[in-house]
Design a protein around this ligand. Sequence first.
Ligand SMILES: [Zn+2]
Length: 202
Amino acid sequence: MFTRCSAVGAQQEREANGSQEAEGRGNRELRSKRDGDELGRVMSSPARRVVTFHYTLRDPEGHLLDTSTGGEAIAYLEGASMIIDGLEEELRAFEAGAKTTITVPAVKAYGERDDEQVRKVPRNVLPVEGEFKVGDQFQTAPDRGAPVVTVVAVEDDGVLLDANHPLAGVDLTFEVELLETRAASAAEIEHGHVHGPSGHCD
Ligand SMILES: [Zn+2]
């Protein structure tokens, strides 16, 4: 979900979200020169923060999708596209100690579903051993950030794969507890990631 000190990882994140981040920077500069009520919230905390939080993620039916509770809290640098944009936008309004519930519409989370992303693939081109069954998920490349495809049907002449993100089209509800908010250091902003307690890449 985030990269601590791998410059390569951070770079990939930036490339994946390149235009967005550039746009974000532009907006920030623009905002600082403007007065405006709806921009007030952004203006009140112009510095980029490092935010550490726990979350529990549910779908609209209330099913548990994911949680950090009981594990390591998530830390992100604002403006670095480390967490989904829709969540980060909302969390800007909160400080350490806050507990809140935020619903992020699919379009601001993993996007709407795209039926074009469902394709039949001949079995023999799939580098996977054994039987396929509906619901199986595979990463399309070895690295952890690689896209995931889901088997939606198994037919005689091939397997129907859905390359939509598993959470595409799903409105996401996050129960969030902010553990720490602090100003990002110059080095963190320059590197584009969060540094640990020792103050540098560790
Ligand atoms: Zn670093």
